[in-house]
Design a protein around this ligand. Structure first.
Ligand code: ZN
Length: 417
C-alpha cells in the first residue's frame, strides 16, 4: 500500500480531522500536504456531505441536505516545483470505498446513496417533473451494487472521483466570480438558482483562521461547477488506470479531490445522481514543465481513461429531440434533447412496474451511456441514452407478449417541503 498521506478517521467530523481539508476553491488555501514529482501516495476522501446522509428508509436527510457545506475535499496537495504553465500529471492507480469489513454509519462503508434533490434545495436535471426529494441506498457486494429501494437491478460499479482539480490563480478566480455573478444577475430569484456565489457560511478552508479566513471565505468559489481547473466534472470514466493532465495556475499546483462515486450514469442526472461514497485513492503525480503551452491545454484538463469499466455489450437505448414536452420547437438544444431521451427511458421503465422516481434514480446511478448523437440537423439535436440490459433480472426489451411485471418493493423514500 502506498504511504497514507491524508488520513481520515471515520468516527470524526471533517473539521475535527488530523488534517483539515477544504470545501471551496481559492489560491490562498494553504497546502495540507507536500509531495514531489514522481511520488505515489494514498489519500482518504469523505463522501461529499460529510456523513449527513444515513442508511435508512427516510428522505428527510436528502430534503434538508446542507448544500453550503459541500464538497468536502482532500487537499490541497502541493507538488514541489510545480509552476503556473506546467501540466500536472495525475495517475489514478486505485480508487475504492472505505476499506472495512463491516458496514458502518458512513457512506462508503459497504453502502452508498443516490438522491433526487428537491427543487427548493438544488433541484436536478428533471426537476420540473421531479420537484420532491427521494433517496435510494445501494449496498456494495464486491464490485456490484443493489438497492432495496430499486429492486430487480444489479450492476457493476464504475468507481471514480466526481471531483478533482488544481487551485485557480487570483486572476482566474476573479473571472469565475465575475462571470457567474453576471449570470445570477439575469434572474436572481430563480429556483433553483442559476449559479452559486461565494458563501462564507459553512466554508472550510484548511488551516486558515481569523481575518484571513474571513477574506478568503468571502472570495472563494463554490465547488459545484466544473471549471478550467477540472473540478466537479463528474466524468464517470475517471476510473482506476486513468491519467489526467491538469493545468497548473498557482505555484505548487494545489491538487484537491473528493466526491467519490461507486457508480454513475453519464450526466449524473438527479444531481446527487451517482452512488455517493467515501473511500480512498492511490495517486501518482508528475509534471510536464511548460506543458500548458506545449500541448495547448491552457484550460480544462485532458485525460486518458482507465480500462476497468464494467463490461456491458448489450443495450437498450432511447432517443430525444429538442422539442419541449409542450410541443415547442427549440433550436439544437442538446440539454433538452438529453432530457427528452431520459424522460423517454423513465416512461418506458414504468411500464414494468417501477415508479418514475425509481427509474430516475436508476438512470442517475447505473453505468448508462449518454451521447450527443446529432447536433447539426436543424432544428433538432438528437441525444441518446443507453442502458445495459444485463443489469435487469427480467427481460427488458419490448416483445409481443408485453412487459414482464415486477414487484417494485417498498419504493424510494420521499420527503417534501
Ligand atoms: Zn458526487
Amino acid at each position: 500500500m502506498p504511504e497514507l498521506l491524508y488520513p481520515l478517521d471515520s468516527s470524526k467530523k471533517f473539521t475535527d480531522q488530523q488534517i483539515v481539508g477544504h470545501n471551496r476553491w481559492h489560491p490562498d488555501i494553504p497546502a495540507a500536504v507536500t509531495v514531489k514529482p514522481g511520488d505515489t501516495f494514498r489519500a482518504h476522501c469523505r463522501e461529499w456531505f460529510d456523513g449527513a446522509i444515513h442508511n435508512d428508509d427516510s428522505a428527510e436527510d436528502i430534503l434538508n441536505a446542507p448544500l453550503d457545506g459541500v464538497h468536502v475535499l482532500s487537499g490541497p496537495f502541493a507538488i514541489e516545483g510545480a509552476e503556473p504553465g506546467d501540466l500536472l500529471i495525475v495517475d489514478i492507480l486505485d480508487v475504492g470505498p472505505i476499506p472495512q469489513e463491516d458496514s458502518g454509519p458512513l457512506a462508503g462503508q459497504g453502502w452508498g446513496y443516490t438522491g433526487i434533490f428537491a427543487k427548493q434545495n438544488g433541484g436536478g436535471f428533471l426537476t420540473d417533473q421531479f420537484p420532491d426529494a427521494y433517496k435510494a441506498i445501494w449496498d456494495f457486494s464486491g464490485q456490484s451494487a443493489t438497492s432495496r429501494h430499486v429492486p430487480h437491478v444489479k450492476y457493476t460499479g464504475i468507481v471514480h472521483p466526481g471531483l478533482m482539480g488544481t487551485a485557480p490563480s487570483p486572476e482566474l478566480l476573479g473571472k469565475w466570480n465575475a462571470r457567474e455573478a453576471a449570470l445570477i444577475a439575469t434572474d436572481p430569484q430563480r429556483v433553483p438558482p442559476l449559479a452559486l456565489p461565494p458563501q462564507p457560511k459553512d466554508a472550510i478552508l484548511g488551516t486558515l483562521t481569523g481575518a484571513e479566513f474571513d477574506r478568503v471565505a468571502s472570495e472563494a468559489a463554490r465547488t459545484a461547477p466544473p471549471r478550467e481547473n477540472g473540478g466537479n466534472q463528474d466524468i464517470k470514466n475517471l476510473t482506476k488506470g486513468t491519467r489526467v493532465f491538469y493545468p497548473v495556475f498557482v505555484p505548487g499546483a494545489k491538487l484537491s479531490f473528493g466526491d467519490l462515486h461507486f457508480s454513475q450514469g453519464d450526466g449524473e442526472i438527479t444531481f446527487c445522481g451517482a452512488i455517493e461514497m467515501g473511500g480512498f485513492m492511490d495517486l501518482h503525480v508528475d509534471l510536464i514543465k511548460g506543458g500548458m503551452d506545449t500541448y495547448g491545454v491552457t484550460e480544462n484538463a485532458i485525460f486518458m481513461p482507465g480500462n476497468t469499466d464494467p463490461q456491458y455489450s448489450e443495450w437498450i437505448a432511447f432517443s430525444g429531440t429538442s422539442v419541449t414536452l409542450d410541443g415547442e420547437q427549440r433550436y439544437l438544444d442538446s440539454d433538452l434533447s438529453y432530457q427528452r431521451a431520459c424522460l423517454h427511458a423513465i416512461d418506458y421503465l414504468t411500464k414494468f412496474g417501477y415508479s418514475p422516481e425509481q427509474a430516475y434514480l436508476l438512470l442517475g446511478s447505473a453505468p448508462i451511456e449518454g451521447r450527443l448523437s446529432g447536433v447539426v440537423d436543424i432544428p433538432n439535436s438528437c441525444a441518446t441514452v443507453y442502458i445495459p440490459t444485463a443489469i435487469f433480472d427480467f427481460p427488458v426489451a419490448p416483445s409481443k407478449d408485453g412487459p414482464t411485471t415486477i414487484d417494485p418493493g417498498m419504493g424510494a423514500p420521499t420527503a417534501s417541503f
